[in-house]
Design a protein around this ligand. Structure first.
Ligand code: ZN
Length: 442
């Protein structure tokens, strides 16, 4: 009886174990194949419009992110040029899936240029003055903006003229500022001559170069625009004068000379040309009234170079272009006050000796030693000559140029001379090539 019972129990229990076991396996199997509930990634972002040179970060435009995280690191967006910027952001969701999103940022320029200018300019009847001599235009675009004058005036007619300076940037933002030109009666004048010493009310008379103190009006009209041509021969040239003589009378003066390397030089009304090229350095100066802006040939060539650089992902802009005699006078004075004459002379020109006054030279991007070795600096060093520019103050040529290495300062000379001075990458200076000095006389 007992034996039968035990057998029955075993036969009864085994199937139960089997059923329970199989059921357990099935449940477990089901558990394994059932998908895990992972919340979906929620990501929202906005495309944006920002002002030129605004400081913005790539991650500024993610407005919402849940159930995932950003892989892209935070960095500044380059807003130095107008146009659409594509910013790529990588996001990883909880499934470890990587999503790439593109944010588009439109860099625009709605900011107007700023004009600093003399509110009132005084002159005597018959005496032309350069109304742009002390006008400086700055803009967030860092481009060189040449101001224009709106309104009618006549230096030959006494009167008070209400005029405007107008500056427009490449995005067509325009600033208009009014100023007054007073053309006063010349009580001392006894006859109708053109003898005049160009002078605005704001001009500084004191300077340290004898041939920059005075200039006659014909200097301005005849010499302002060209860098590569020798000015017209004067009928009353006076070869007995030296370039250091003052030009007190109203006749044109012309002094001819030959450089130590045999190039023909001429100093006409205080402006020196060697082999037809305008030269400004510590030896050769410009009259105080000379120049009004970068010349068109300089800016035209710059724009071509700028576009070529852009294709190589290099952004170029003119940080400092034309500087008037007075601007340079104040700049140099400031540097001397800070560093003393000896040091200031290694990096800043005295008034009348700055190439920036010629309208043929400018400084790009960053005007300090942090510019050395940057992609832009290297690109310019290798390519600027193709567009007619020279690296004016090469490294290690201080003894020749009188200035320390300035990888940001470029001078327009045209492609022919630029190619010669580039010298297959081993830059020659104008001083070495022409056989001239660059030293102050005092
Ligand atoms: Zn410079």
């Amino acid at each position: 009886m007992k034996k039968i019972n035990a057998k029955k129990i075993i036969l009864f229990i085994i199937p139960i174990f089997l059923i329970v076991g199989i059921s357990f396996m099935i449940v477990n199997l089901k558990k394994e194949t059932k998908p895990v509930e992972i919340p979906e990634l929620i990501l929202k972002y906005k495309n944006a419009q920002v002002e030129l040179n605004d400081k913005i970060y790539n991650l500024d435009y993610i407005t919402k992110l849940e159930n995932g995280h950003i892989l892209t690191t935070k960095e500044l967006v380059d807003t130095t040029a107008i146009g659409q910027k594509k910013v790529d952001i990588e996001v990883e969701d909880l499934n470890k899936q990587i999503q790439k999103i593109a944010i588009y940022i439109d860099v625009v320029d709605n900011e107007k240029p700023t004009i600093t200018f003399p509110a009132e300019i005084n002159t005597l009847v018959g005496q032309e003055v350069n109304l742009l001599a002390d006008v400086v235009v700055t803009d967030n675009s860092n481009e060189t903006i040449i101001p224009t004058i709106e309104g009618n005036y006549d230096f030959k007619v006494v009167g008070t003229y209400n005029l405007f300076y107008v500056a427009t940037d490449s995005s067509n933002n325009t600033t208009k500022e009014s100023f007054i030109l007073n053309v006063k009666e010349d009580k001392k004048s006894t006859n109708e001559n053109n003898s005049s010493k160009a002078n605005t009310s704001t001009q500084t008379k004191s300077n340290n170069s004898s041939n920059t103190t005075k200039t006659n009006t014909s200097t301005q009209s005849s010499n302002q625009n060209s860098s590569t041509t020798i000015p017209n021969n004067s009928t009353n040239s006076n070869s007995s004068q030296t370039s250091d003589n003052k030009t007190e009378d109203n006749s044109d003066t012309e002094v001819h000379f030959t450089t130590s390397k045999g190039f023909a030089g001429v100093t006409k009304n205080g402006v020196t040309y060697i082999d037809g090229y305008l030269v400004v350095n510590k030896t050769y100066s410009l009259p105080s009234s000379y120049g009004k802006s970068l010349t068109k040939e300089t800016t035209d060539a710059f724009y071509v170079m700028q576009a070529a650089a852009k294709l190589d992902n290099i952004n170029l802009w003119i940080q400092s272009g034309f500087r008037s005699y007075n601007t340079q006078y104040n700049l140099y004075k400031k540097y001397v006050a800070e560093d003393g004459v000896t040091l200031a002379d290694t990096y800043s020109a005295r008034a009348g000796h700055s190439e920036h006054q010629s309208g043929l030279a400018f400084d790009v991007n960053i005007i300090d030693d942090t510019f050395i070795g940057t992609p832009a600096a290297l690109w310019l060093d290798e390519n600027c000559y193709k567009y007619g520019f020279i690296l004016r103050y090469p490294n290690g040529k201080t003894n020749e140029t009188g200035y320390k290495y300035e990888p940001w300062h470029f001078r327009y000379v045209g492609k022919e001379l630029a190619t010669k001075l580039y010298n297959n990458g081993n830059w020659l200076t104008m001083e070495d090539y022409f056989g001239i000095t660059s030293t102050y006389s005092d």
